[in-house]
Write a protein that binds this ligand. Structure first.
Ligand code: GDP
Ligand code: IMO
Ligand code: MG
Length: 422
């Protein structure tokens, strides 16, 4: 058996949480492979809305096993708050949420370091979520990190040593902070973590595959935020791309099956960094208002613009996307004309290839298509699609050379239309 991977193709917030929830009944297991509480994955069903940060989005569908993989960075305090809220709302998870012992722990001082590094960057700040993601992955790579498995040993000494290192750095930066309260919550989070199955998830997943069980790997963030292929340095600190599922779960490359790439019918970005199709006019405001484009973790207003096919083709290439999923189609319901960026003009030269850098003068070249100007939110089958919407889909499929399997027409689980089965 192979795993399927579902990941974002833009700058995050494409709607991964919603689709993972919709697809979960087809799988035995859902596994998160990277990122941490910088993610905010929203699900809506039966009139309820949930935002998941570290817990995989398969947690609401029956008794499926959900795994937090080794590539994830986990903040025990935030994890405890998230898990307790779910349990309180009638979704028990203790036995069926497995956590890799190799996942790295986000410490209170990592959060402080995140703030300190951002402050030191001044105008060049990344606009991080402030959750300590960068400093935690930095410690992982520099071999100074602490891991979930460490809580099973002499944890106090390991923690004290790592904290002392951070304190030295913060002192040298003259950065003032007080972690007394969050440290208490954090320690309570460590105790709470002990109640969950702490596992060797690479063994668990490969044993499941051998036993013909099906696994869906859930990505966080999006390809344009990938540490290697995103708009560096305005990126997150992990590999958000398909290869991240291999390293973040211990799944071999030849065990990757379908790759579901998710995109919005337009494009958004939150935080700093270049965004070639960003709109600064009333069309951008309209996308923001109709799409409720405010961050699910930080509440920050998301920057909005037209769909960018140059960036999407790049993302599809890097990830080996086999199926596309288009979200938030309904947000375009009232637009008379829809634009799609088909090329960039850089220093007077047109290109369809995603360049080394998209900072500076990148002029998007647009194709224009007629809008459908009707309400799609209650549609339940492809047969109801207006002609203009079908044209938009055909245009995108032709440009991107990958079929659009699923179309989403609203935030609810039920507002999802599957165009074909394979
Ligand atoms: P994720 O991080 O990729 O899981 O996406 P987020 O949850 O951060 O952002 C997606 C937002 O769009 C959430 O508020 C969803 O409830 C909402 N959403 C998802 N699909 C649709 C859709 O098809 N139409 C509309 N209007 N909203 C959607
Ligand atoms: P989901 O999984 C959108 C952005 C931040 C910032 C940059 C680095 O919900 O799609 P970090 O805290 O990771 O060091 O911030 O990445 N970012 C996201 N943007 N969706 C996300 O996650 C994001 N996670 C991080 O805004 O620009
Ligand atoms: Mg999100």
């Amino acid at each position: 058996m192979k795993v399927d991977v579902l990941l974002g193709l833009q700058w995050g917030d494409e709607g991964k949480g919603k689709v993972v929830d919709v697809l979960t009944p087809r799988y035995d297991v859902v596994a998160r492979f990277q990122g941490g509480p910088n993610a905010g994955h929203t699900l809506e069903f039966e009139g309820q809305k949930y935002v998941l940060r570290s817990i995989p989005s398969g947690i609401f569908q029956g008794d499926k096993v959900n795994i937090i993989g080794n590539g994830v960075v986990l903040d025990p305090a935030l994890f405890k708050a998230e898990a307790e809220a779910l349990e309180a709302s009638g979704h028990p998870l203790k036995e069926r949420l497995h956590i890799s012992k190799k996942a790295h722990l986000i410490m209170p001082t990592h959060r402080v370091l995140d703030a300190a590094y951002e402050a030191a960057k001044g105008d060049a700040k990344v606009g991080t979520t402030g959750k300590g993601i960068g400093p935690t992955y930095t410690d992982k790579i520099s071999r100074n990190g602490i891991r979930v498995g460490d809580i099973l040993g002499d944890f106090d000494a390991i923690y004290a040593k790592a904290k002392a290192r951070h304190e030295e750095i913060l002192k040298s930066m003259n950065f003032e902070y007080d972690i007394t309260e969050i440290e208490k919550e954090w320690m309570a989070g460590i105790e709470y973590l002990r109640q969950f199955p702490l596992v060797d998830s690479e063994h668990e997943i490969n044993d499941l595959l051998k036993a013909e069980k099906s696994v869906l790997c859930e990505g966080a963030q999006g390809t344009m935020l990938d540490i290697d292929f995103g708009s560096y340095p305005f990126v997150t600190s992990s590999n958000t791309v398909c290869a991240g599922a291999c390293s973040g779960l211990g799944v071999a490359p030849n065990k990757i099956g379908n790759v579901y790439g998710i995109m919005k019918a337009y494009c958004t970005r939150v935080g700093s960094g270049p965004f070639p199709t960003e709109l600064f006019d009333e069309t951008g405001d309209k996308l923001c208002t109709l799409g409720h484009e405010f961050g699910s973790v930080t509440g920050r207003k998301r920057r909005c613009g037209w769909i960018d096919l140059v960036a999407l083709k790049y993302s599809i290439m890097i990830n080996g996307v086999t199926h596309l999923i288009m979200m938030k189609s309904d947000v375009l319901d009232t637009f008379e004309t829809i634009k799609a960026c088909v090329a960039y003009r850089i220093n007077g030269v047109e290109t369809e290839n995603f360049p080394y850098s998209i900072e500076g003068e990148v002029e998007p070249i647009y194709a224009e298509l007629p809008g459908w100007q009707c309400d799609m939110t209650k549609m339940t089958s492809e047969n109801e699609f207006p002609e203009e919407f079908n044209n938009y889909i055909s245009f995108l499929e032709e440009e991107l050379e990958v079929p659009i399997k699923i179309v989403s027409v609203g935030p609810d689980r039920d507002q999802t239309i599957e165009r074909y089965n394979d």
